[in-house]
Design a protein around this ligand. Structure first.
Ligand code: SF4
Length: 151
């Protein structure tokens, strides 16, 4: 492994940039993600930083049951994130539609129909510790030795 790759692996393990998108939720999962930023969970102590701009992100957190208005926008946001990148579905909504998965509701889950989802964090809502665990466990799998794995 090259020295440059070793440096990138080390830096990336302590510098994970996260963006999140709500594609039709009740806000319950948003609040749990925001709790990760608060002093009690302090997401930055793990080297995770939250951005509004997907162009600066490595990890996209997807929240909500995917309303039709969000289908194209979700793909656009995903396309804006530079490689290497990973998406994580937060809560039951992007996995199954949760309470919105019933006749008459305008939702179209799961989120993995539209973008690749590398990890799912079930729960209604999941706890902040579970969200943190998912980011910390999935990101290194995607980013480690990324450049050397390219053809
Ligand atoms: S999973 Fe539950 S808490 Fe999260 S957005 Fe859906 S309904 Fe709300």
């Amino acid at each position: 492994m090259s020295i440059l790759q070793k440096i990138k692996n080390t830096v990336r393990s302590r510098s994970i940039h996260v963006a999140y998108v709500d594609v039709g939720s009740c806000n319950g999962c948003d609040i749990e993600v925001l709790a990760c930023l608060a002093p009690r969970y302090d997401i930055e102590q793990y080297g995770i930083y939250v951005h509004n701009n997907p162009r600066e992100a490595d990890v996209l957190l997807v929240i909500g049951s995917v309303t039709p208005q969000w289908v194209d926008k979700l793909r656009e946001i995903w396309d804006k994130i530079p490689d290497p990148k990973v998406a994580v579905a937060i809560g039951n909504c992007p996995i199954s539609g949760c309470v919105y998965a019933r006749r008459g509701t305008l939702t179209s889950p799961p989120a993995e129909k539209y973008i690749p989802i590398a990890a799912q964090v079930p729960g209604c809502p999941p706890r902040p510790t579970e969200i943190l665990n998912a980011i910390l466990s999935v990101a290194p799998l995607i980013f480690k030795d990324y450049e050397e794995k390219q053809p």
